[in-house]
Ligand binder design. Structure first.
Ligand SMILES: C[S@@+](CC[C@H](N)C(=O)[O-])C[C@H]1O[C@@H](n2cnc3c(N)ncnc32)[C@H](O)[C@@H]1O
Length: 310
C-alpha cells in the first residue's frame, strides 16, 4: 500500500479491480482529495485514457494538481461539487464516461488540519466547510438552528441517542455565549453526557454537524442518479462510504436501479416490469483486510459497493 502524507487512499486495489474496464476510457473521480486513487487509475490507463477529478476543497485541489502533474492533460482537475457531474462533463465536451468513483466524506488532511474545525481533538474555530467559499458553516448550524432541528440532525446524521439532551444543552449554553470553537462544543457534550464512551459521542455529534454543513446526504442522493446516467454501457460506478447512512443510501439506489419491476404495493395489482439500468457487482459491501485496517485505521469503517451499467 502506498503511503502519502496528505491522505492514504483506502481499498485501492479493490477500487481498481471494480472500476477499470477499458484502458483508453474516461473516468471521473468525484472526490479527488489528495489524488491517491486518481493516480493509481492514471498509472493504469493508456494514451487516450483520462481522469476528470472533482473536489470542493482548495487545499485538496492544490495537493492533487501537484501530485498528478506528471500525467499532463490526462488529469483534468475541476473545482466543483460532484453532484454537478453532468455540468462538469458538459464543460469538457464529454457525454459519457467509463467509470465513476466516489470516496465519500473528508480526507485525513481535512481532519488533521485543525483550522478547518472538523475534529474535536484540536481546539479551533467551528467551521467544517469543505468549500471555504460556501456561506453556511458549523458556527451557524450550532448557534442559529432551533433546538428541535438541531436534535433531529444529531439523531439522523449522527445516530446519537442523547441527541435531544445535547441539543438542549447547546441551546442553553448559547443564551450566554455563542458556541464558536470545537473546544466549546466538545465541552458542552462532555458536560452533558460524560462517561466512558465520550469519544464516540463526540465523533457522532461532530459527524452530524459536518454532514449538515456540507449537505452531504442530499449531494449524494442527487449525485448517484447522475453518476449512473453518465456511464457508458458496461461502465462502472464504485462508491466507498464510511458510515451506515451513506452505505444504506447507496445500497438502496443500486437496488432500485437494478430492479426488474416496481412493486405496486398492492396484493391484487401486479408489479410494473422495468428494464434494469445497473447490474450490482457487490452483493455485500467489500471491506478492508486486517492488514490494511492495521496500517490505515481510516479503512476500518470503509464499505465499497460497485455496479455496472447494463
Ligand atoms: C475521502 S477524501 C478522498 C480521498 C481520495 N480518494 C484520495 O485518494 O486522496 C474525500 C474528498 O471528497 C471531497 N468531497 C466531499 N464531498 C464532495 C462533494 N460533494 N463534491 C466534491 N468533492 C467532495 C472532500 O473535500 C475530500 O477531499
Amino acid at each position: 500500500m502506498e503511503t502519502y502524507t496528505y491522505h492514504t487512499p483506502v481499498l485501492t486495489q479493490e477500487v481498481l479491480t471494480y472500476l477499470l474496464t477499458a484502458k483508453n476510457g474516461y473516468y471521473v473521480d468525484g472526490t479527488l482529495g489528495g489524488g491517491g486513487h486518481a493516480k493509481a487509475v492514471l498509472e493504469r490507463l493508456d494514451r487516450l485514457g483520462k481522469v476528470i477529478g472533482i473536489d470542493l476543497d482548495d487545499d485538496a485541489l492544490a495537493a492533487s494538481r501537484e501530485r498528478l502533474a506528471q500525467f499532463g492533460d490526462h488529469a483534468i482537475i475541476v473545482k466543483e461539487n460532484f453532484r454537478n457531474i453532468k455540468f462538469v462533463l458538459s464543460q469538457h465536451g464529454v457525454n459519457t464516461v467509463q467509470g465513476v468513483l466516489l470516496d465519500l466524506g473528508v480526507s485525513s488532511f481535512q481532519i488533521d488540519e485543525s483550522d478547518k474545525g472538523f475534529s474535536f481533538r484540536a481546539d479551533a474555530q467551528l467551521d467544517m466547510r469543505m468549500d471555504r467559499h460556501q456561506q453556511i458553516d458549523a458556527k451557524q448550524v450550532v448557534n442559529q438552528y432551533d433546538e428541535q432541528p438541531l436534535a433531529d440532525i444529531l439523531w439522523k446524521y449522527g445516530e446519537e441517542k442523547h441527541a435531544r439532551r445535547i441539543a438542549r444543552a447547546m441551546v442553553h449554553y448559547r443564551i450566554q455565549h455563542p458556541i464558536e470553537s470545537t473546544g466549546q462544543l466538545a465541552a458542552i457534550i462532555e458536560r452533558t453526557v460524560g462517561g466512558q464512551f465520550l469519544n464516540k459521542t463526540l465523533a457522532r455529534v461532530f459527524q452530524a454537524v459536518r454532514i449538515e454543513v456540507n449537505n452531504e446526504m442530499e449531494n449524494l442522493r442527487h449525485a448517484i442518479r447522475d453518476c449512473i446516467d453518465v456511464l457508458n454501457p458496461g461502465g462502472r460506478i464504485v462508491v466507498l462510504s464510511y458510515h451506515s447512512l451513506e452505505d444504506r443510501l447507496i445500497k438502496e439506489a443500486f437496488r432500485a436501479a437494478s430492479a426488474h419491476s416496481i412493486p405496486s404495493g398492492h396484493k391484487i395489482v401486479p408489479d410494473t416490469p422495468v428494464q434494469p439500468v445497473l447490474n450490482v457487482l457487490t452483493r455485500k459491501p467489500v471491506t478492508a483486510s486486517e492488514e490494511e485496517m492495521a496500517a490505515n485505521p481510516r479503512s476500518r469503517s470503509a464499505k465499497l459497493r460497485a455496479a455496472e451499467k447494463v
